[in-house]
Design a protein around this ligand. Structure first.
Ligand code: CDP
Length: 227
């Protein structure tokens, strides 16, 4: 496997440490997953979309017909659920009871349920543990809503992406998705536990007029400058 060419500082650092965590947070369609995936590929890090774990739980709750309005139902259900991670092309995929639901994670019904479910303390505690365990001993790029603020607040490498509402809606529509992103943003930003926020110490990037590779380059430059 070839080594990253342009990022000698990080290369030097990765030879010394094998638990470098780069976090990318931000609202829906701000570019987190596209940028995170590209950045992870360039650095030969593992890419984790934490949202896929929240989506996998929402998918499973729908499959199992769980009444998620009651926290006790969620607790009982989570006790029976077997969540694992399978690495696929450098990317972490959630498996629920040995099924990979990846192809169904962006269905409308999952889009609708995921943010209300992600406000549950049982779900957040469950995935907090899962995501921290997943990162043990790995160099990773993890993106989500609370990764720099709650999951890995101690990491030095934090980024927060945002873009105008119009641009984010345009991107999601172009992807052919039926997704009320402003409603999800509202729920994610106003929930009591781990709300979406700019993590302390994060570099903020407005991606409204930037392409995926431009944002990735900006992050590279920032990582280099922070050595
Ligand atoms: O890709 P997009 O930004 O639309 O969403 P996602 O990253 O797939 O996350 C789906 C939902 O999971 C978010 O709207 C949040 O409700 C929840 N989530 C969260 O609460 N915390 C995270 N770290 C990641 C996702």
């Amino acid at each position: 496997m070839s080594r990253p060419q342009t990022f000698t500082h990080m290369e030097a650092l990765t030879s010394l440490s094998n638990n470098i965590i780069i976090t990318i947070d931000g609202p829906a369609a701000s570019g987190k997953s596209s940028v995170g995936r590209l950045l992870a590929k360039k650095l030969h890090f593992v890419f984790v979309s934490s949202g896929s774990y929240y989506r996998a739980l929402a998918w499973s709750a729908l499959q199992e017909n769980i009444d998620v309005s009651q926290e006790t139902n969620i607790l009982v259900w989570l006790k029976t659920l077997h969540l694992e991670t399978r690495m696929n092309d450098g990317e972490a995929h959630p498996l629920i009871n040995q099924v990979d639901p990846m192809n169904q994670l962006f269905e409308k019904k999952v889009n609708v349920l995921v943010s209300p479910l992600a406000a549950s303390s049982a779900v957040r505690n469950f995935l907090l543990r899962t995501l921290r365990e997943l990162a043990l001993g790995l160099n990773i790029v993890m993106e989500g809503r609370d990764i720099g603020s709650v999951v890995f607040p101690e990491t030095r490498w934090k980024f927060y992406l945002h873009a105008s509402d119009d641009e984010r809606i345009r991107r999601r529509t172009q992807e052919g998705e039926d997704d009320s992103i402003l409603e999800r943003d509202r729920i994610d930003s106003t929930r009591q536990l781990a709300p979406l926020m700019i993590p302390k110490g994060a570099t903020v990037i407005d991606t409204t007029h930037l392409g995926i590779s431009e944002v990735t380059e900006k992050i590279f430059t920032d990582l280099k400058d922070s050595q």
